[in-house]
Design a protein around this ligand. Sequence first.
Ligand code: CTP
Ligand code: MG
Length: 387
Amino acid sequence: MTDARVAVIVVAAGSGTRLGRPEPKAFVRVGARTILEHALETVFALAEPVQVVVVAPSAQVAEATGLAKATAASAVSYVSVVAGGDTRQQSVAAGLAQLSPGVEVVLVHDAARAFTPVSQFEAVISGVRETGGGVIPGLPLADTVKQTDWTGKVESTPDRSTLAAVQTPQGFPREPLIAAYAKATEDHTDDASVFSSFGGVVTVIDGDPLAFKITTPWDLRRAEGLLAPGATGELRVGTGIDVHAFDESRPLWLGGLYWPAEAGLAGHSDGDAVCHAICDALLSAAGLGDIGTRFGTADSRFIEAHGDVFITETLELVHGAGFTVGNVVVQVVSNKPKVAPRRVELEATLSALVGAPVSVSATTTDGLGFTGRGEGVMASATALLHL
Ligand code: CTP
Ligand code: MG
């Protein structure tokens, strides 16, 4: 008995005939982990607690229990494993028999869709809560479809624009799903079909190509490719520091903003230490050197230039090298100006410039050093890039 109001039944009891491996499909490895573990990782990434029911081949219940418990870690009390049946429908029915009393929404998910994004689970759960009916993710068909009896003759060409290729998880309100499964006599290929054959209303929401079902050796190769370095986004981190001295005769530009009635900063450009530190962090993360070597004082384009000019030029280099910015943090070390009243505005301006979240913090140095004596501003930035 848990606090979960949602259950996810992960069906993993198939043999994987089309994959052609000796072990059942859910126990085939993609990289270091089995397909079942990859599927469970996503389920345990949900913010809301869920009851997790794994349906395994009867000969693999012990093995699946070991994998499920290890993946669940501290959430082990939310997990149970049962033996499945000869068909997917029987396996789902075995999972439904395990639901805890507090569960209101049930998701049925194919373990074979091991790389389904967590956002797809969240969208299905909120869809069921909003509609009170079944919700399934689907994608438009890329190929034209033919109706055929497979003797070679084409009977018709259904209108592709009215068709969806559906995925999992498929989500339903608990009671009508259980009732539909109890009544079903024919074999259905998905849960929505069982649900709707007894009057349930089903809505299709946008699916995701990453929720593809690992079915053939080609699909397995594709899944392996998703885990290869670079494919899932190799990460690079970089740091940058910049210092400019106060110059009372100049206007203050800091973080891409104009600060009226504040002492300005000396420099060849406008002296915006915040923007310059961000540029250095981005360039160092990408292995592209630093602001001094990239935008030297000899270049007349940068005389009096504002911070946005440097950031835009830097991003061009960073993007050109194949990186996207994950996020940037920057800290202002100075007595003046007071950053707190304009922190939100600074973050919005810099985030828009960088095209990724930029967070800003500020500190003083307790009267110590050049910043403590009020001689200038220091900014320190860290940037995260994805390859
Ligand atoms: N499944 C199940 N019980 C079955 C059959 C299928 O739990 N008797 C599960 C599979 O483990 C899989 C999902 O349903 O996660 C989708 O089925 P499919 O991709 O067809 O898997 P298999 O039936 O194992 O593969 P194949 O059809 O190639 O044998
Ligand atoms: Mg099958």
